[in-house]
Design a protein around this ligand. Sequence first.
Ligand SMILES: Nc1ncnc2c1ncn2[C@@H]1O[C@H](COP(=O)(O)OP(=O)(O)OP(=O)(O)O)[C@@H](O)[C@H]1O
Length: 316
Amino acid sequence: MIEAVNLAKHYGSKTAVDGVTFTVRPGMVTGFLGPNGAGKSTTMRMIVGLDKPSAGSVTVNGKPYVKHHDPLHQVGALLDAKAVHTSRSAYNHLLAMAATHNIATSRVNEVIDMTGLAAVAKKKAGGFSLGMGQRLGIASALLGDPQTLILDEPVNGLDPEGVLWVRNLARHLAGQGKTVFLSSHLMSEMSQTADHLIVIGRGRIIADAPIAEILAGSQQAKVRVRTAEATRLGELLSGTGVQVQSNETETLEVTGVDSRRIAQVALENQVLVYELTPLATSLEDAYFDLTKDSVEYHSQELDDAAPAGALEGTLK
Ligand SMILES: Nc1ncnc2c1ncn2[C@@H]1O[C@H](COP(=O)(O)OP(=O)(O)OP(=O)(O)O)[C@@H](O)[C@H]1O
């Protein structure tokens, strides 16, 4: 269990984390999502005592991290996969960690096998690919068989098999009752891995809820409508809070109004509709919806990425 209360971090005049309060519970996978610079890594670093909070507090399994006598058994963390001795082999890196934390040598071999590192375990970690480095970082995090696991961007650099492996590992550990807290930029990946999401933007919590609830609450729920009178129906539907896009002939994608209301408007105006399909919101849509006002680094929109035929008007 991780409990943060009014946790804040300022670097000079820069506020990286702005008084966040949240709980990461055991027995489930909690995803930590947010745009670049949102404060995810800083929060994770404060959880494991690598950064000192400017205000507030955070505990892991009931105590501040530094107060634990057996930290590697309490918390395993992957924060920076590059934080290894480059001239040491993966095996020796893990062996040194085990020796200094009273962990049996047999556990080193266990985590090497679990993370698929057996073939390269005797090679210098400095020569590892990004993916192999991530696996070694995860092996280090698992070494003490910790109750709480914190992984910052664990699938970064992993191939599809590696991504699937991290997903299964996270779910397996949560199934054993452990607390699993992971950050990722891959929303689709999160939707398949996490049970619960904490979304952060500009250092503040934007959402803290089960994934299903975040998807259900999205403003982005869309309905696909097919009709021979697409332009006319589009004009009739467009309005405050309602967006109509038309990327295909005889097809509209309508956001901000439900199927029942669309059917009603069509009936009142004698427009024949031959398809009316509520489209499932992807986690990606829900995420963009939540974070659109808290993105620190905006990319320039490309001309050909602009939605075709976007209409806005008033719903009659
Ligand atoms: N040591 C530091 N000194 C000054 N500013 C910092 C420092 N570390 C982080 N920041 C700033 O604090 C903010 C939060 O950074 P952080 O790395 O926690 O975000 P993040 O959500 O992990 O981002 P990313 O997804 O890009 O890794 C950013 O604006 C960052 O520039």
